[in-house]
Design a protein around this ligand. Structure first.
Ligand SMILES: [Zn+2]
Length: 110
């Protein structure tokens, strides 16, 4: 089965805050450094860098997604489906009815 998650995405241009002492774009939930570039919101984790800090490295988003997959291996699929369900529940209008139904069905099976 394949489901597609819609991740709300936005871009932070650090030059917007140039010269503004109160500029605060917030921090990345993955690495804890300032939000910059393409960011995505993945509930319940938060705002994550979608692009790698350096070429050949993993983005903060990729690390979290890998972590969800790893949790599925370590703690069983329910842990992974719970993460997916929290995201879908936070942004229901961005997901199709069939995706929502599939996630609920998988959760109930576990
Ligand atoms: Zn980050």
């Amino acid at each position: 089965m394949k489901i597609t998650l819609d991740l709300p995405e936005y871009t932070v241009d650090p030059s917007d805050g140039h010269g503004d002492p109160y500029y605060d774009p917030g921090i990345c939930a993955g690495c804890g450094s300032e939000r910059a570039g393409v960011m995505v919101r993945l509930a319940p984790h938060g705002h994550l860098h979608a692009t790698p800090p350096h070429e050949g490295e993993q983005s903060c988003l990729q690390k979290v997604v890998d972590g969800i997959a790893e949790n599925a291996l370590r703690f069983g699929p329910r842990a992974a489906w719970s993460s997916v369900a929290e995201h879908v529940a936070k942004y229901p209008s961005r997901h199709s009815a069939s995706t929502i139904r599939a996630v609920i069905t998988e959760l109930l099976k576990r």
